[in-house]
Structure formats: structure tokens, C-alpha cells
Design a protein. Structure first.
Lengths: 336, 436
């Protein structure tokens, strides 16, 4: 038969024989791209040093993954963009002026200990970048809390230092915060644009929201985690954050400050470490918001987003197990 | 009439129906030789009724039933039996098959016509359907008379004709509805009569407006039959999804459509039922869509059961340079072939030839990143991500707790998986390792 010669070249594989176009690489590199506005704003406010710190984080993260995998004779996975993302996120979570070993140590902890030792992408329990940062904060508490002023565009290591808005709020209350920023309008504006002290990539809310919009547009994140996270923070700030009794707090200050926007849209939404089932993601988001506010209002640190996400990371598998999505045909009564 | 209904979740693959949708059904050439497997259906294989050297005619029974869940097989040409042995089939198994060398005369046995078929009793109808060897022609090939004989305690109130044809590329049912709408409706009426049911539906995906139009005019005047325009979404044509869309009833887990009072039959089956009951014609031919970028001239063909795929491919101009994969059925649930010398059987809805640029390798995949895409699309509301991870690590019993056996392997999870994991294969592996 004419077709016989062809027959032995046929590929036999399992169904389905067609696949969608989405790939892990495309997702990861898009998330990296979505953080570009925040990265640009960090350079704008904190000068070339910001690019140096973030770049060093990315370089160390990618290199540690590559060296680890090559030395264990495994296939290197640095092309999938996830190590790059961990480095980028760690960089954006660091204060502007840290010595070179801080990014290096943080990245190694994030990549080797948090991600690869647990089995690599998909098997890590905790968000690698956040464990890297938590490790640094606990090991180098002084270095990790030196906050440069956001005006230090071309100044480097000798930049003037100040306190973050949440730090001021914790130490001196709302009055002192007002003294520093003028009126509430100016304060909101500074928080929105990012002209305030803080971690490199967390300050410019507007830049972060532009990136988040891209992720929503591509369907890579859904509203479940970020909105339940933000809503819980907002409600708790309003209900419990006031200085003159319940329901007098200013939710907007809390929503725009600290690492909340960066955390809620880019870190808590990490596929691997948050629940996979949408209903579970809402519980996860509420948990993140509640712990964040507990720490901000009652805890020893001015900011609680990092610890909140890490704590909720522990619960993610448990949440997934308990909220199993509604199965087709699992209903008892039939509509007839 | 004219509602757009659907189920929850599901996917929107590229459909590529345009390759063959406009091609009228043409008769395939009389094959020189046919290979008729005695088991083309779910259930016990038929028993060969002929010996080597016997002369047979078109429509003659060559394999008889051996039990209730079984279906006879017929010769689709006239000629001489030259072999009875195991031959490869499209699902990959070797099956005992009767090989008939044609005499080129195409002589038929006499078919018993019955113009008064609407006055037949239910049992007579079922007997004719059984003797005609009719099985579900959507792919599963479950004997139709068994489906029409539910246990006494199950009350059936609805019959749905499945014209969704949600598998990408395939257009066989589409063409049948456009070209033979009246016959399909008559088939539906016969099925309703056999079940004593007074409510009929025909569900068609909205991407086939000409079929919807044709079926609507064919049911004009039939007050108890409704034509539905269904959302274009895979797997809309899965029985459970179809029933959900049209009747808003959910077949309970581990249950069957009859548990919610519904019987679903494919468009092709309805036509076969009509031809058997009205003209006495057994199931000896079916419409097969030959399509894909890897075939020179896509077509919808009326093919005699037992014709080798290689014959059909040749009549469609052969494979193009760079054709890499031949699939029996659709791209989502069909079977890849290692040889074209396998016969078209009662459940063969299509021969799909993928060219290089349509082919996606499933060899390389990475770990699950738990993006949850599969959970968002699983029509059964399962957690395919967990099922694949558990199966990959050998935790088959644990997979059962995640409702492993509710998966009907539609492949939606694998389609959307960014890590390109062979989800369906993991699930099949787990299913093979534990008892339901």
C-alpha cells in the first residue's frame, strides 16, 4: 500500500493530542515582566543602587539554582524563569542600601534551602523569596532596617536614612505621620506614587498595580487571594486600627503602606505556596490579611505581610484538603 | 426552542472544523478486502458464525451475540472469508477478526423493510436494533439495545440526541444532521417509542448553525422534541455534561444517565436505528471524518465497517509530507495509530492526521506548579493536579480519595496544563493500579 512506507514513522502517544499554548516559561517570564514598572520606580526613587541590589539578587538566585542542579547532574531549570523571579522578588523586598552579601545570602537561602531542597519548583512549602527575606531580617536585623530616603536619586551608600510610614505610625502614631507628610492628601499621594521609605519595590503602589493589571489580563492571577487579603486588611484597619476607639481607623494608610500591595498581588498569589482551589484561596487571603494586621497593630514589627504570607503558606495544603471543590454529581437530591 | 445551554467549567480548544465541515458526505469506494473485528463494542465479543472459505453477502451476520451485553457483526461487502485471526485494531489491542476478500459484486442479503415501523412494539424495536448490531457511534460503542433496556426500577422520561460533536476537527455528526435531519428525527422517535418516553431533545453546539437550522425544520410539528443550541465548549458532548446542559440534572457520582431518567444517543446511532427499523439495514457503514493538516483532501465519507484506514487515507489523496500522527477519533480522546492497516469499526468517528506544526510532544513535562488551571476546567469538579501528583509518586490508594474513578478522561486538564504534564495518562495509571 502506498501509505505503508509512511506508517512506521508515525508517532504514537497518549491523548489528548492537542495542547493549549500556555507554558510555565511564559507564565514566569510574564510575572517577571509585570514587576518591571516596580523595578523602574525603585531605581527612580533609590538610585542606581536599587538596580545593583536587585541585579545581584537575580544573579545569585539564578546561579545558585544552576550550580546546584549541574553539580547534582540534574537538568538545569533556570530557563523557566522561576529562579529569576525569586531573585527579582527578593531584591524588591530588600532595603535600598545593603552590603553585597545580603542579596547573595538571601538568594542562596531562598533558592537552595527553600526551593531546591524541598524538591524544586512545585514542591516548596514556602515562598522562596520571603523565606530569604525572613532569614535576612532575623540574621541581620540592623542592616535590614536601614531605610534610605526616596529622594536619593544619585546618592549611594551615604544616603540619608529615615523611617518607613508604618514605622512612624508604630512609634509615634498618626500625628507624627501627619507631621512628616503634611496633610492626608499628600500622604496618600506619596504612598501611591512611592516617594516614601521602604523596601525597593514595595513603595510605588501605582507601578505595582500596573503590573498586577497585566497578570489579571493574562489570567495568571484571579481576584481570590489579593482581594480577600486587601479587604481583610482594610476592614481590620478600619475596625481596630483607630487611635480613638473602634471603627475609627484609616484603612487607606494601611492598604497603601508597607509591602501589602507587592505581597498581595505578587507573593501571596504564588501558585506553589497558596491553595489551588479558588474557595481555599479566599480563606488563605483572609488569613494573610488578619495576621498582617495583628502584627501591624499588636506585634513587635511595624510590618507583618511577610510573616503573614509565610504562616499561611503552612496552611495552604491543609486548606486545599478541606475545601475540596464541589464535584459533579456529588449532590444527593436531584431536580426532576 | 433556541436556548444556549451548557455545563460548568470546560475548555475552548481550537476547533479546526472548517477543514471538513463544508464537505458533503461521499461514499467510499467498495473495498477490496475488509477486516471485521468480532469485538467492536463494550461487552462480550461476538462469536464467528462463518468459516474460512465461506461465501458471504453484504448485511449477512458473520459474528453472533454471546450474551446480553454483546452485539453481532455483519459483513459490509460480498465475498469470501479468507482468514479468522487476531488483527490490530484502532484502540491498540489485537482482536479476533474476520477477513473477507471482496468479489466486487456487492450482493446484499434481503433487508426486511417495515414502512409501518411507528406501530411496532418496544420489544420488537429493541430486537431489531440488537440484530442490526447497533452500538453507540459516538465512540464508546455500548450496545444500543442494552441502553434501551434499563432495569425496571429506573424510570426514563427523556431521550437526548447528542449532536454536540465537541471534539475538535470532527464533522461526521454535523454532516449527518445537515444532510439527513429527517432520518435522525425518525431515529429519535423510534428510540423514544422503545423507551416509552414522550420527551425528546437534540443538543447541538452553536458552532453548527446549519445543523441547528436543519434539525429545527425537521422537528417542526413534533411538539415533544426540542432542538438546543449549546455553548461551544469542550466536553459539551460528554453524556453527563449534555444532560446537565439540557435537563439541569446531575448524574450522581459513579452513576449512569438512567439514574436521572435520561438516555443519551449519538446522532449517528439515531440514524442507524432508523435505517435498521425502517429498512432492515444492519450497521455496516458509518460516516467517518477524514481530516487534519496531514491529509491531502479532507472529507466526510460513508465508510463500510471493516475498511482499512489505509484505503480511506489513499482515497483522500494520502498523507502530506510531514504528517506525523494518525488518530482514530478526535484529538482530545482519540487513539494514536502505529499502523494504518487497522479497520474502521462501528465507533470510529474520524481519522485525524496531524501535521508537524499541529503536533505537540508529550515527552517532556515538568513538575506541577499547582497553578490550578486544571481544577478550573475539570468538568467533573475534580482536582486533576492532585491526582497526577499522587499517581506520579505511586500513591494510588490516596488518589482514590480524590475521586479518581469519576474522571472520564476528557483531557481538558492536560490541554490547559502549562507544565505539559500527561495528566490523563497519570490518571489511567492510577485507575489501573487500584480497584474502583
Amino acid at each position: 500500500m502506498a501509505t505503508e512506507a509512511k506508517a512506521h514513522e508515525l508517532i504514537v502517544s497518549v491523548s489528548p493530542h492537542v495542547r493549549g499554548k500556555e507554558t510555565v516559561e511564559r507564565i514566569m517570564w510574564t510575572v517577571n515582566l509585570s514587576l518591571l514598572p516596580a523595578f523602574i520606580m525603585s531605581v527612580y526613587y533609590f538610585g542606581p543602587l536599587a538596580a545593583y541590589v536587585t541585579g545581584l539578587c537575580i544573579l545569585s538566585a539564578v546561579l545558585s539554582e544552576h550550580i546546584y542542579q549541574v553539580s547534582l547532574k540534574k537538568k538545569t531549570t533556570i530557563g523557566d524563569g522561576s529562579a529569576f523571579l525569586t531573585g527579582l522578588l527578593l531584591g524588591l523586598n530588600l532595603p535600598p542600601s545593603v552590603p553585597f552579601y545580603i542579596p547573595v545570602v538571601g538568594s542562596i537561602v531562598a533558592i537552595i534551602i527553600t526551593k531546591l531542597l524541598f524538591g524544586g519548583l512545585g514542591y516548596n512549602v514556602f515562598n522562596p523569596a520571603l523565606i530569604g527575606r525572613a532569614f535576612l531580617l532575623i540574621s541581620f536585623p540592623k542592616l535590614m532596617t536601614i531605610w534610605s530616603e526616596p529622594t536619593a536619586q544619585f546618592v549611594a551608600l551615604d544616603a540619608k536614612t529615615t523611617a518607613t510610614p508604618l514605622g512612624i505610625l508604630k512609634e509615634g502614631g498618626l500625628d507624627q505621620l501627619m507631621q512628616v507628610f503634611g496633610d492626608k492628601g499628600d500622604l496618600y499621594m506619596s504612598l501611591l506614587m512611592g516617594s516614601r521609605a521602604g523596601s525597593l519595590g514595595e513603595t510605588s503602589v501605582i507601578a505595582l498595580l500596573i503590573g498586577a493589571a497585566l497578570l489579571f489580563y493574562r489570567g495568571y492571577i484571579t481576584w481570590h487571594v489579593p482581594f480577600s487579603f486587601l479587604a481583610t486588611v482594610g476592614v481590620m484597619a478600619w475596625a481596630l486600627g483607630g487611635e480613638s476607639g473602634f471603627f475609627t481607623g484609616d484603612p487607606i494608610i494601611h492598604l497603601l503602606s508597607g509591602g501589602l500591595i507587592l505581597g498581595a498581588f505578587f507573593m501571596a498569589t504564588d501558585y506553589v505556596t497558596c491553595p489551588s482551589i479558588r474557595k481555599g484561596q479566599i480563606i488563605f487571603g483572609i488569613g494573610c490579611g488578619a495576621i498582617t494586621m495583628l502584627i501591624r497593630l499588636k506585634g513587635g514589627f511595624p510590618e507583618g505581610v511577610m510573616f503573614a504570607i509565610l504562616l499561611m503558606n503552612c496552611f495552604a495544603p491543609l486548606i486545599d484538603r478541606s475545601v475540596k471543590s464541589k464535584m459533579f454529581g456529588a449532590i444527593k437530591e436531584q431536580k426532576k | 426552542m433556541g436556548k444556549t445551554a451548557t455545563f460548568e467549567r470546560g475548555i475552548h480548544p481550537e476547533y479546526h472544523k472548517e477543514l471538513a465541515a463544508g464537505k458533503p458526505i461521499v461514499k467510499a469506494k467498495l473495498p477490496q478486502r475488509i477486516v471485521v473485528p468480532v469485538s467492536q463494542h463494550i461487552g462480550a465479543p461476538a462469536k464467528p458464525e462463518v468459516g474460512i472459505g465461506d461465501e458471504v453477502k453484504r448485511g449477512q451476520v458473520i459474528g453472533s451475540t454471546t450474551g446480553f451485553v454483546c452485539s453481532p457483526v455483519h459483513s459490509s461487502i460480498s465475498g469470501k472469508v479468507i482468514a479468522i485471526a487476531d488483527f490490530p485494531t484502532a484502540v491498540g489491542k489485537m482482536v479476533q477478526s474476520i477477513v473477507i476478500e471482496g468479489d466486487g459484486k456487492n450482493e446484499s442479503v434481503d433487508f426486511k423493510e417495515n414502512p409501518d415501523y411507528m406501530n411496532m412494539g418496544a420489544d420488537d424495536i429493541k430486537a431489531v436494533i440488537k440484530d442490526a448490531g447497533i452500538v453507540g457511534m459516538g465512540g464508546a460503542a455500548f450496545p444500543t439495545n442494552v441502553k434501551l433496556s434499563p432495569p425496571k426500577e429506573k424510570t426514563i422520561d427523556t431521550v437526548i440526541i447528542n449532536g454536540a460533536e465537541c471534539e475538535p476537527y470532527l464533522t461526521a455528526d454535523h454532516r449527518l444532521m445537515v444532510e439527513h435531519p429527517r432520518e435522525v428525527v425518525e431515529g429519535l422517535k423510534i428510540i423514544m417509542k422503545a423507551l416509552g418516553v414522550n420527551e425528546g431533545h437534540i443538543g447541538i453546539e452553536e458552532n453548527k448553525p446549519d445543523a441547528i437550522e436543519a434539525m429545527k425544520s425537521a422537528v417542526a410539528g413534533e411538539s415533544n422534541i426540542e432542538v438546543w443550541s449549546l455553548e461551544m465548549k469542550y466536553p459539551q458532548g460528554a453524556e453527563k455534561m449534555l444532560i446537565k446542559a439540557i435537563k439541569e440534572r446531575e448524574v450522581p457520582t459513579k452513576g449512569l444517565p438512567m439514574d436521572v431518567g435520561v438516555v443519551v444517543q449519538n446522532v449517528g446511532t439515531a440514524l442507524a436505528v432508523y435505517e435498521a427499523v425502517r429498512f432492515g439495514k444492519p450497521l455496516i457503514e458509518r460516516v467517518v471524518t477524514v481530516t487534519g493538516a496531514g491529509i491531502k483532501e479532507p472529507a466526510n465519507m460513508m465508510v463500510r465497517i471493516g475498511t482499512l484506514m489505509s484505503d480511506i487515507v489513499e482515497q483522500c489523496g494520502g498523507l502530506v509530507e510531514g504528517a506525523v500522527k494518525v488518530i482514530s477519533g478526535g484529538p482530545m480522546m482519540g487513539f494514536a495509530q502505529w499502523t494504518l492497516d487497522v479497520p474502521v469499526v462501528k465507533g470510529t468517528s474520524g481519522i485525524l492526521v496531524l501535521a508537524e506544526d499541529e503536533y505537540v510532544s508529550s515527552e517532556e513535562y515538568s513538575t506541577c506548579i499547582r497553578c490550578g488551571s486544571c481544577i478550573d476546567v475539570c468538568p467533573m469538579g475534580l482536582n486533576p493536579s492532585m491526582l497526577s501528583i499522587l499517581s506520579e509518586k505511586g500513591f494510588f490508594e490516596e488518589a482514590k480519595e480524590y475521586n479518581l474513578f469519576d474522571c472520564f478522561e476528557c483531557g481538558s486538564c492536560a490541554y490547559v496544563c502549562p507544565a505539559k504534564r500527561p495528566m490523563v495518562q497519570f490518571i489511567r495509571l492510577a485507575k489501573s493500579q487500584v480497584k474502583p
